[in-house]
Design a protein around this ligand. Sequence first.
Ligand SMILES: Nc1ncnc2c1ncn2[C@@H]1O[C@H](COP(=O)(O)OP(=O)(O)O)[C@@H](O)[C@H]1O
Ligand SMILES: [Mg+2]
Length: 225
Amino acid sequence: MIIAVANSKGGVGKSTLAVHLAAWLDKQGHRVTLADCDTQQSSSQWIREAAPQVKALCLRDPDDIINELPMLAQETDYVVADGPGSLAETSRALLLVADSAVVPCKASMLEIRALDAATKVLRQAQKIRSGMPKAKIVLSMVGKNYRLTQDMREAAALLKLPITPTFMTLRQIYADAPGQAAVVWNMGSRAREAAVEVDTLFRELVPEAVRRPAKPAAQRRQPVA
Ligand SMILES: Nc1ncnc2c1ncn2[C@@H]1O[C@H](COP(=O)(O)OP(=O)(O)O)[C@@H](O)[C@H]1O
Ligand SMILES: [Mg+2]
């Protein structure tokens, strides 16, 4: 199973999501590879420190992606590919071999409008491959009191991209995680809400991967201050 994290815009939360997803799949007991397809190579460095059991490698050349990703997918249960910002040929290669795609997108009407261009390569792949890879939007860096508005829903529906019910909220802890060589569920009580959030999100995104039950609701809730 190859899951591509793709949005040709930079700074939308791809690497943050990809590293957490790869480490989460590992925590569920699967064999996981993180393929870092970005020039910055930040996610492969981060995962090597945060979850060394996850196999990490850098793949940028489109031919290498097409030839090697399917082989890697046979060796491990999941390949999570962290997509590049602007390398269209690399994205195209990735989306030609991916089984599913996750599209992080900042929660604003402007960003959703930009998604049409930012997912052009995704739609090309879906057209050629009869709807594959199946894709979902994950809203990222969402403000605390944000509510998904009807116009955002309609804009996403026009692109035929469903939005997951759980978002990644804007939290300092996500920005701190790479510097601490960690994923949020290993960062103590300050990160508890983020840990619950990503766990809930990944259960929605990859339900077939779930092997460990979620923590009971009582343990998941933050005490009221
Ligand atoms: N939910 C979030 N809350 C706060 N900061 C975030 C969040 N997600 C990502 N960031 C920060 O935003 C920046 C861009 O995120 P990154 O995952 O590198 O995006 P991309 O891979 O799409 O370029 C990084 O500094 C990252 O630490
Ligand atoms: Mg990145």
